[in-house]
Design a protein around this ligand. Sequence first.
Ligand code: AHN
Ligand code: ZN
Length: 297
Amino acid sequence: MSAAATVAVPTFDADSAYAYIEKQLAFGYRIPGTPAHRAAADFLASELRRHGGDVVVQEARVKAYDGTMLDIRNIIASFSPEKKERVLLFAHWDSRPYADNDADERNYRTPIDGANDGASGVGVLLEIARQMHLAEPHIGVDIIFFDAEDYGMPSFIDSFEGGDSWALGSQYWSRRPHNPAYRARYGILLDMVGGKNSRFMREGVSMQQAPAVVDKVWAAAHKLGYGDYFVNERGTFVTDDHLYVGRRVPSIDIIAYDAEQGGFVPQWHTLDDTIENIDKKTLEAVGQTVLHVIYNE
Ligand code: AHN
Ligand code: ZN
């Protein structure tokens, strides 16, 4: 792309992304099979449509780790569907029914708000959709909100199984994509992109599947002054939606990981994963970085 032909990169509005997180939480827990889950799905689909996306809602029944059948919805929006060259952006929109990492074990079976774990990635992507409607990038973009990422086997169950009990929506999509011929240059997953003091490391599966995309995204972040967030250190391997999407589209995961803590963000799968622990500066670092990457394609 010549310099003259590039589109100016829009300015990411973190207040807008934050408001989208609040809006999702206001529906209640986005647990598959519940009325709050259905209402939230309807909102997400209509919001993507309002921002100019061609929206398809992929409905399916999948089996959870405990045999429960879950009615799930993957929400898929295509922007400039006529364009052949495309990038895929995705996040999970469901919220976890268990606070199984809470300090108090009496909370293990209580659902979490999922302000960071779920709503943050969706909030950033809805704001990106809004920006794309105001000024179209050169490349075609698809946004998928995957369901049932976070219904994985709880840690209070003593079992060696459960490794494939996460990311049920993206597992389904990777077997049966909404369009059998679907392709994109690469995919970027946003997971837990709104926490305070968040650090994004070069995650292991991403480095195996699409190291050049990790380089591109991390370089963009450093160029924009977000080098404190996007650290150039190798992270662990995370079983997340990008692993399954990666069977069709080489994909990376922008996911907060605290190497010193030896885990994800401190609020991960606890009752503290609330709006109070969302930091607009983190949303901005991720949102502006992804916009930069998209508008430079
Ligand atoms: C596992 O704990 C195996 N995967 C974590 C993926 C995840 C859960 N992302 C958000 N919530
Ligand atoms: Zn989770």
